[in-house]
Design a protein. Structure first.
Length: 209
């Protein structure tokens, strides 16, 4: 990364300072910005990965594409130029995605063809939205750290291990989520493999369960 946060007492919340890391360590806020970027990118990959299973409903497919691209753009922003503004945009985006997901799983998105009815919580959508919740938590923590006049410094080895653990964990969960099978309900709509129970397969007799 080429930029860094500076203490909030020195500048307003939208300012980015040149990269000047503490001697012998790394600003924790910078590490957390990297973590947020990884989580955003992982969620974006999952949303892009499920587009092919929803192509018969164009609006739903476009929605997944829009979410995935937006998340990847935000992730790139956080990787290249981490800032409070970028973190707030990332948190707002993922809050909107999470709210839409919650609505789709409780009442259904009645205004979108193919998503009008509530569906079960699946592996892919649970993992993707867990990443989103984690990102929002990271933004809250960074906001709390900004209240301190001096940065919280981590040894560089600790910072690398912390970031590396997040990358490995997010990559494994993303692979699981993207590879999770999709099934079709009685209306032919693709849904993620549910966490509990089994959805009706396409063409199955709904009275058989």
């Amino acid at each position: 990364m080429t930029t860094s946060f500076v203490p909030s007492a020195a500048v307003d919340s939208g300012t980015i300072a040149p990269s000047v890391q503490p001697a012998g360590g790394t600003d924790l806020r910078r590490v957390l910005a990297t973590v947020a970027a990884v989580l955003a990118a992982a969620g974006g990959v999952i949303h892009l990965g499920v587009i092919g299973d929803h192509t018969e409903y164009h609006v739903v497919a476009v929605g997944f594409a829009a979410m995935g691209i937006s998340q990847c753009v935000v992730a790139l922003w956080l990787f290249r130029r981490p800032s409070r503004g970028a973190l707030l945009v990332a948190a707002g985006l993922h809050a909107a995605i999470g709210a839409t997901w919650a609505l789709s799983r409780t009442f259904g998105l009645w205004f979108i063809p193919g998503a009008a009815e509530a569906t079960e919580i699946g592996v892919a959508d649970l993992v993707a939205n867990t990443f989103g919740i984690g990102l929002i938590c990271v933004v809250v923590i960074v906001g709390a750290l900004d209240r301190f006049a001096s940065p919280t410094v981590l040894p560089r080895t600790v910072a690398r291990r912390m970031a590396g653990t997040v990358v490995v964990g997010a990559s494994l969960l993303t692979a699981i989520a993207v590879s999770a099978p999709h099934v079709h309900d009685t209306h032919g709509r693709p849904v993620d493999a549910p966490l509990l129970g089994q959805s009706h397969e396409h063409g199955a007799d709904p009275g058989a369960h």
